[in-house]
Design a protein around this ligand. Structure first.
Ligand SMILES: C[S@@+](CC[C@H](N)C(=O)[O-])C[C@H]1O[C@@H](n2cnc3c(N)ncnc32)[C@H](O)[C@@H]1O
Length: 240
């Protein structure tokens, strides 16, 4: 695997100066969750994050982080409440680097605060569909896809796949269609209908089918907790 000692950090100045506007879908659907200071107070809390994921936060964070190794240059596609970024920063370690991008200035500031003791991690304003700063050894997209409209899902997937070097991995951890017998199936459907309408475009479709240029990657998928969650790993062929 290529490590940061073999790759050079690409300049991000250009990406940093092209500030993305807040997307309409975020303002219209997720102001309550991401765009108010009170949202941070309420939601950026390990207990809340763990409850929202039915006790699976640590397990899902672990399964995402285990796809990366110390010394890598890794991109995280959006801020996440709780300790996810700290964990990913610890995984790559001070020999590596972590770039976190997000479209919301409030989230960028909050994540910078959480990562202030990890100087090899930086957080900047960018849309995951055009993150800049690549190529990366690895990319991690944790629970972002279900929150973006379907056309933007494709743009984000394209932007992330384009950001990884030959041999590198893009790791998606997100919701998945639960098994027919899952006791939470009806409740999750209700929650998605009410609060997270773009989730249906993810659970009803394979992530791989939303991607272009799939032949340049080897794909694998695992599901967890009765199929409610998935990890999809796209590894770019060494020559692609
Ligand atoms: C990763 S998702 C959801 C994570 C999870 N629900 C949690 O506990 O935080 C939330 C973040 O995605 C960001 N976001 C939404 N659309 C984005 C995009 N196109 N590019 C980058 N960040 C985006 C939001 O601003 C928000 O900070």
């Amino acid at each position: 695997m290529t490590t940061t000692s073999e790759t050079t950090l690409a300049p991000v100045a250009e990406a940093e100066t092209t500030k993305p506007a807040l997307p309409d879908y975020l303002v219209d659907t997720y102001t309550w969750a991401y765009l108010r200071p009170a949202s941070l107070l309420l939601l950026d809390n390990p207990l809340v994050v763990s409850s929202i994921l039915w006790g699976n936060f640590r397990r899902l964070m672990r399964t995402a982080c285990e796809e990366f190794v110390p010394g890598q240059k890794v991109l995280q596609a959006a801020c996440v409440y709780g300790s996810f970024s700290e964990s990913l920063a610890r995984t790559v370690g001070s020999e590596g680097s972590l770039d976190v991008v997000d479209v919301a200035p409030l989230q960028v500031e909050n994540c910078r605060r959480k990562l202030r003791y990890r100087p090899w991690a930086r957080v900047r304003l960018a849309d995951a569909a055009a993150p800049g700063g690549g190529p990366y050894d690895g990319v991690c997209c944790f629970f972002l896809l279900h929150e973006v409209p379907d056309s933007h899902k494709r743009s984000v997937i394209r932007g992330l796949l384009d950001s990884v070097r030959p041999g590198g991995r893009v790791v998606f951890v997100d919701y998945h269609k639960p098994k027919f017998w899952h006791p939470l199936r009806g409740l999750m459907s209700f929650v998605w209908r009410r609060l997270e309408p773009f989730a249906f475009g993810l659970v009803d479709t394979e992530i791989r089918k939303l991607a272009e240029d799939t032949d340049a990657f080897t794909w694998r998928k695992e599901t967890y907790f009765g199929g409610l969650y998935q990890k999809v790993v796209a590894q770019r062929h060494p020559t692609a």
